[in-house]
Ligand binder design. Structure first.
Ligand code: ATP
Ligand code: MG
Length: 428
């Protein structure tokens, strides 16, 4: 037997009916983002490796060990995007979209990270993200966070998620704090794990982000950035909290929240749930005022977030909130008796689809007896069977049978049938 080729570890096929749930979630996100005036932007999933090194930072998990990087046929180093922000900024600069103007963008698509696959952590995963450019104040931070709360609310996930908030200050105040942090961790060097020792000199803030439980105690006693912030960042942070309180968005200030990427400044936030174990962050974001300049553009303030689609889907499934997917089932299944009837059915089915908005109608293909076709119709989950037999062919009509309720079969002309289905589908 020929060997069966399987998918790459940590890269998932998403199959029906689960795809219905994905479509539902994507549609809620898209509609919400658009209702806040965000415009969709699309960019390639491959970029020059340098883009991610320069933006995410050399001493981060992503750049150190998670990127899918390879040489193409031209010996150029390319990387499958591990996240979208860098590409979004690259595209914005390249097309002059960030220069002296404001932008509200959103995008969705796959990201790639070479991680240890487990529930909620994969090597290909999807993000849905929003990025805003050109606003320096806490007003946009507040609106962006409120928008993320609205998405979770619309998906029914808000009661199961907590908003954690922190500020990383300006690079200058962070540099000062960095020194204190190095002194603190150096004086407890024997308690540091391997990763932390490596990060100590280059990127000590990332130690605060450690997921190692053995490090928790040491981290909780470390000096707090909040106590060493510059005035401007403090005022920004306080105003943001006031806006959120006013908007009724509850949050917790978590001084250990630093995020895994180097480019953040001031506001950082995460929506965390207890329902997914250690993969509990379903949405993460923050301000990155330095990144546009770092990538060669004119200094432009920016802020954004990313939602982890798989984690959101998992959460919905764990909480049994996925009944929505039934809305995507088909309405009608058309069966025909013989080749001539099929030819009529092919035309009739298209006529009905054009007349009845949102109609989901499957035309039986592959022949077989009427009995067999009825069986297929029943299995399809459709509410109605539409039948074209000898009599219907002669009279240019269609018979309609309700497969789920005990209602007498009726024979209708095409326009009558279209009206009937329109009414029934609109009611649903
Ligand atoms: P984590 O701390 O869980 O590793 P992260 O800080 O690396 O997350 P980000 O780079 O902020 O994650 O990505 C934004 C969101 O994308 C995360 O909050 C999470 O929901 C999702 N995400 C990140 N990595 C993965 C992955 N390997 N598989 C599935 N979802 C992921
Ligand atoms: Mg990670």
């Amino acid at each position: 037997m020929t060997e069966v080729i399987q998918a790459i570890r940590g890269m998932n096929d998403i199959l029906p009916p689960e795809t219905f749930l994905w479509q539902h979630v994507e549609s809620v996100m898209r509609r919400t983002l658009q209702s806040y005036g965000y415009q969709e932007i699309r960019f390639p999933i491959l970029e020059k490796t340098e883009l991610f090194k320069r933006s995410i930072g050399e001493v981060t998990d992503i750049v150190e060990k998670e990127m899918y990087t390879f040489l193409d046929r031209n010996e150029e180093s390319l990387t499958l995007r591990p996240e979208g922000t860098a590409s979004c900024v690259r595209a914005g600069i390249e097309h002059g979209l960030l220069y002296n103007q404001t932008q509200r963008f959103w995008y969705t698509g796959p990201c790639f990270r070479y991680e240890r696959p487990q529930k909620g952590r994969y090597r290909q995963f999807f993000q849905c993200s929003a990025e805003v450019f050109g606003f320096a104040g806490p007003d946009i931070d507040a609106e962006l966070i409120l928008m993320s709360a609205t998405i979770l609310e619309k998906l029914g996930l808000k009661p199961y998620s907590t908003l954690q908030l922190n500020t990383l200050g300006t690079p200058a105040s962070r540099a000062e704090y960095r020194k204190r942090l190095i002194t603190y961790f150096k004086s407890h060097k024997n308690q540091l794990d391997e990763d932390s020792v490596r990060r100590l000199d280059k990127n000590p803030l990332r130690i605060l982000d450690s997921k190692n439980p053995a490090m928790r105690d040491l981290i909780s006693h470390a000096p707090k950035l909040l106590d060493h912030l510059d005035e401007e960042s403090l005022a920004h942070f306080e105003r943001l909290q006031e806006y959120l309180r006013h908007a009724g968005v509850e949050f917790e200030v978590n001084p250990c929240l630093v995020r895994g990427l180097d480019y953040y400044t001031k506001t950082v936030f995460e929506w965390v749930t207890h329902e997914l174990g250690t993969q509990g962050t379903v949405c993460a974001g923050g301000r990155y005022d330095g990144l546009v300049e770092q990538l060669g553009g004119k200094s432009t303030p920016a802020v954004g977030f990313s939602m982890g689609m798989e984690r959101i889907i998992l959460l919905i499934q764990n909480l049994h909130l996925d009944h929505k997917k039934n809305d995507f089932g088909i309405h009608a299944y058309m069966i025909t008796d013989g080749e001539e009837a099929f030819a009529a059915g092919l035309k009739m089915a298209n006529y009905l689809r054009s007349k009845v908005p949102n109609l989901k109608l499957v035309l039986h293909c592959g022949g077989g007896s009427l009995k067999n076709q009825f069986k297929k119709a029943d299995k399809s989950g459709a509410q109605y069977a539409l039948i074209i037999g000898e009599h219907e062919l002669k009279t240019h009509s269609v018979s309609l049978k309700n497969l789920r309720e005990d209602i007498q079969q009726q024979t209708l002309y095409s326009d009558e049938l279209a009206e009937y289905l329109k009414l029934k589908i609109a009611k649903k």
